[in-house]
Write a protein that binds this ligand. Sequence first.
Ligand SMILES: [Zn+2]
Length: 203
Amino acid sequence: MTETVGIICSGDIDDTLLNPVMRITNNALTESGSPFNYVLRPLLPKCSHIPAVSYDARIGRYNIEPFFSLARTILGQAQAKKDDICLKKAIVMTNVPLFSYCSNSNVIGEADFNGSYAVFSIHGMDDDNKEIYNSRIVKEILFQLGLLNGLRHCSVEGCVMQQCKEVHDLDSKSFDYCHECKAKVAKLPKKPKYRQYNGTLEV
Ligand SMILES: [Zn+2]
């Protein structure tokens, strides 16, 4: 059965960006050889506000945790309507720079391993070439979907599960999961293992 992944925009994201990004991602997910059977759909008709408590003036970035709370709230509300029993996961896409207290570092995004929620930012991904801009976002969504399914960072060149420290690292990745990652998907444990906030801040 195809599972639905809800996309939640938060902040200031151009209306014209989401549709092509979702179309390209859905195409990549339905291509033969894709390890996942997902379809993306937006959960809100327009962008949600940035969570009020997320800005951290000490570091000048946005704490990623309130965005996870937003994902839980919006996904919960959408599931309560019971009009899509295949809706199981949600990914928040925002435009502000993120910081994670789980890793004590700036992050492009994070996901609950084998869980239901992921958050990422398109901050710094824009490019004069719209195709490059869109492809960066698509790769990040595919990466987050991999994490949500328990895949870890991969060292195989071109694999979409390669870790990106900088936005430009996205450009050397493809839309594909390598053979090793695909093989892992079939064997992954199904028990959720959620991220853990370690309560320290060293900046
Ligand atoms: Zn891989």
